[in-house]
Design a protein around this ligand. Structure first.
Ligand code: ASP
Length: 589
C-alpha cells in the first residue's frame, strides 16, 4: 500500500521489511505499559502488528499513548525492527517484526468503556452486540465471514458472467402480488391510497427479461418477505437469482452446480463438483420423510404397511384399512432409552401431527415388550429385517396418513441423527430434489395451493390431469438441498398463456383476479415468450451452511434480531406526523 496516511496494512510487514520506515493506521486492540516501553497491538482488517513506543519519544506522545483507550484509531509512524531473540510470535504473520514508533497520532478516540468486546470469546448478549454492531463486526470471525461472503459473491458473478449471464437490476418498488409470503408495502405520496411493494423476489421481472430477449440473466437480489419471525429468518435475504431461455432442467442444473462449486472454492477452498445427487420428491419423502433430506447419514424410513396390515394390533390394522401407511426407522444403539426419552420422541412426533409413536427395543435378536405382544414373531422378524435392525436398536414406528407418517418419522430421523452424532463433520452433501407435485392441498382454506409458485410448468404428460386430478400433477420444479437445508428452488416456467390460465383456475384464481394481479405478465407472453426456467439460491443460507454458522445473522453485516428489529438504528421506528400526512395515512384505532 502506498497512500498518504499509511504505507502498509497491519497484516503485511514481515522479516524482509526490517529497516523500512513505515506508517500504519488501525485500532489499538491493546495498550500495555511495561514500565518504560509501551506495547500497542495495532489491528486492521488485514491483521495485527506490534508497535513499541520507547521512552525517548516526546513527552506529549508518551502521555497520549499512555492515556490511549482500547479500540481508539491511531496512525503510527516508525521503523520496522526484528523482534528481539525469543520474542517472535509464529502464530502471527507479522510475528517476526515490530514497529518502533517515531510518532503517533490519534485519529478517533474510543470511549473508555466498550459496549462489547472485540473478541470471539465470551460473547456478550446478542442484543447488545447487534446494537453496537460496528464494534461487534470488528471481531475476527465476523470479519472473516464478511470476507468469505464477498469472495463467494465475486466468484458467483465471475462464473455467471463467463457463462454469458448478464447482471440486470430489477425494480425495488414493485406491484404488490401475493407470492407466498406477505408483502412489505410502501405508501405512495403522489397517489393517495396507492402502494408500492418491496419485491419478495425478482420472479416476474426475470420472466419479463426472458421475453425481452436477455436469454441469460442473474442478479444478487435482495428479497423482502414480511413473515412472522421464526428462528433464523431475516425479513430481507439475498438470492443469487438467475433465469435462462431455450433451456431444460439439465442446463439449469449444470449452471447452478457451477455457481455452487465456484462459491465453495472461493469462500472456503473446498471442491464440490457436480453432478450433484438427484432424487425425486416422492422418493425423498418415501426414504427420508422430507423434501430436504440430509444425506450425510442413513437411518432411512421403511414402509411396513404390507407387513402389519393384517396384524392383531388394532391401530395398525385400522390405519392400513383407511389408506394410511405404517412406517418405521431403526435408531442404532438406542434400546436403552428411558421412558422419558421415548416420551420426548413421542412429543416430537406429535408436533408433526402424528397421533402416536410405537417404540420397540431390540434385545438379543428379538423385539420385546409393549406393542410387540400384539404382533406375531413372523411380523416382528419381518420388521427387523426390513429396517435392518441390529441388537440394541430402538425401532420407532408411526402409523398415520401417508403424509404424516413420513413427515413425523423424517423429523425423528433428523433429530436422532444430530443427537446420536451420526452426522460427520466437514462433509457437504448436495442434492437435487425433482418432480415436486405442482399443487398441495390447503386443508384450512380447502383449496389447492401452488407448491412453488403459479408460474411453474406442469409436466407435459400431466397436462390432462390438471383439472381431473390436480393432486397427482407433477411440476417441472426442483430444489437444491445442502446437508438437510433447502438452498433454493426453481422451475421451468409456463410460457403458454392457456396453460397459465388452467393452472390459475385450479388454484381458484378467477380470470378477473388473474388480470388484476398478473395481467401485465400474462399479456407479455402474448408477444413472444421463449421456453425458459431458472433458479434462486438463498445466498445467506448457502454461506451459513458452508461456514458452519448456527445463525444467518453471522453472515449479514447488519441483520435484524429474531423479532425483526434492526437494533443498530432502532428500526422500525415512528415517523414524523408530517410524513403521515404527506402519505395520506391514519393509524386505525
Ligand atoms: N423466485 C423463486 C423463489 O424466490 C425462485 C425461482 O423460481 O427462480 O423461490
Amino acid at each position: 500500500m502506498s497512500y498518504v496516511l499509511r504505507t502498509h496494512t497491519c497484516g503485511e510487514l514481515a522479516a524482509e521489511d526490517v529497516g523500512k520506515t513505515v506508517a500504519l493506521c488501525g485500532w489499538a486492540q491493546s495498550v500495555r505499559d511495561h514500565g518504560g516501553l509501551i506495547f500497542i497491538d495495532l489491528r486492521d482488517r488485514y491483521g495485527r502488528t506490534q508497535v513499541v513506543v520507547r521512552p525517548d519519544l516526546s513527552e506529549v506522545v508518551l502521555e497520549r499513548t499512555k492515556g490511549l483507550h482500547r479500540e481508539s484509531v491511531i496512525q503510527v509512524e516508525g521503523t520496522v525492527l526484528a523482534r528481539p531473540e525469543g520474542t517472535s510470535n509464529p502464530s502471527m504473520p507479522t510475528g517476526d517484526i515490530e514497529v518502533i514508533a517515531s510518532g503517533m497520532k490519534v485519529m478517533g478516540e474510543a470511549a473508555p468503556v466498550l459496549p462489547v468486546e472485540v473478541s470471539d470469546e465470551n460473547l456478550a448478549n446478542e442484543e447488545v452486540r447487534l446494537r453496537y454492531r460496528y464494534v461487534d463486526l470488528r471481531r475476527p470471525s465476523l470479519q472473516a465471514n464478511m470476507i468469505a461472503r464477498h469472495r463467494a459473491a465475486m466468484a458467483v458473478r465471475n462464473y455467471l458472467s463467463d457463462k454469458g449471464f448478464l447482471e440486470i437490476q430489477t425494480p425495488l418498488l414493485v406491484r404488490s402480488t401475493p407470492e407466498g409470503a406477505r408483502d412489505f408495502v410502501v405508501p405512495s405520496r403522489n397517489f393517495p391510497g396507492k402502494f408500492y411493494a418491496l419485491p419478495q423476489s425478482p420472479q416476474l421481472y426475470k420472466q419479463l427479461l426472458m421475453i425481452a430477449g436477455f436469454d441469460r440473466y442473474f442478479q444478487l437480489a435482495p428479497c423482502f418477505r414480511d413473515e412472522d419471525q421464526r428462528a433464523d429468518r431475516q425479513l430481507v435475504h439475498t438470492q443469487v437469482d438467475l433465469e435462462m431461455s431455450f433451456c431444460d432442467e439439465e442446463d439449469i442444473f449444470s449452471i447452478v452446480e457451477g455457481v455452487i462449486s465456484a462459491a465453495f472454492k472461493e469462500a472456503i477452498g473446498t471442491d464440490v463438483r457436480g453432478p450433484f445427487l438427484r432424487i425425486t420428491y416422492d422418493e425423498a419423502m418415501e426414504r427420508f420423510g422430507s423434501d430436504k433430506p440430509d444425506m450425510r447419514f442413513g437411518m432411512e424410513l421403511r414402509d411396513l404397511t404390507d407387513l402389519v396390515a393384517d396384524s392383531d394390533f388394532g391401530i395398525f390394522r385400522n390405519v392400513c384399512a383407511a389408506g394410511g401407511r405404517v412406517r418405521g426407522i431403526s435408531a442404532p444403539g438406542c434400546a436403552g432409552f428411558s421412558r422419558r426419552q421415548i416420551d420426548d420422541l413421542t412429543e416430537l412426533a406429535r408436533v408433526y401431527r402424528a397421533k402416536g409413536l410405537v417404540a420397540l427395543k431390540v434385545e438379543d435378536g428379538k423385539i420385546e415388550g409393549g406393542v410387540a405382544r400384539h404382533l406375531s414373531p413372523e411380523i416382528l422378524n419381518g420388521i427387523m429385517s426390513r429396517l435392518g435392525s441390529a441388537d440394541r436398536d430402538l425401532i420407532l414406528i408411526v402409523a398415520d396418513t401417508p403424509q404424516v407418517s413420513a413427515t413425523a418419522l423424517g423429523q425423528l430421523r433428523r433429530h436422532l441423527g444430530k443427537e446420536l452424532g451420526l452426522i460427520p463433520n466437514g462433509e457437504y452433501k448436495l442434492l437435487w430434489v425433482t418432480d415436486f407435485p405442482l399443487f398441495e392441498w390447503n386443508p384450512d382454506d380447502e383449496r389447492w395451493d401452488p407448491m412453488h409458485h403459479i408460474f411453474t410448468m406442469p409436466r407435459e404428460r400431466d397436462f390432462d390431469l390438471l383439472e381431473a386430478d390436480p393432486g397427482s400433477v407433477k411440476g417441472r420444479q426442483y430444489d437444491l438441498v445442502l446437508n438437510g437445508t433447502e438452498l433454493g428452488s426453481g422451475s421451468i416456467r409456463i410460457n403458454d398463456p392457456e396453460i397459465q390460465k388452467r393452472v390459475m383456475n385450479v388454484i381458484g384464481v378467477t380470470p378477473e383476479e388473474a388480470e388484476e394481479k398478473f395481467g401485465f405478465l400474462l399479456r407479455a407472453y402474448q408477444y413472444g415468450g421463449p421456453v425458459h426456467g431458472g433458479f434462486a439460491i438463498g445466498f445467506d443460507r448457502l454461506l451459513a451452511v458452508m461456514l458452519g454458522l448456527d445463525s444467518l445473522r453471522d453472515i449479514i453485516a447488519f441483520p435484524q434480531n429474531a423479532a425483526g428489529v434492526s437494533l443498530v438504528d432502532d428500526c422500525p421506528n415512528e415517523i414524523d406526523p408530517r410524513q403521515w400526512e404527506e402519505l395520506h395515512l391514519k393509524l386505525a384505532d
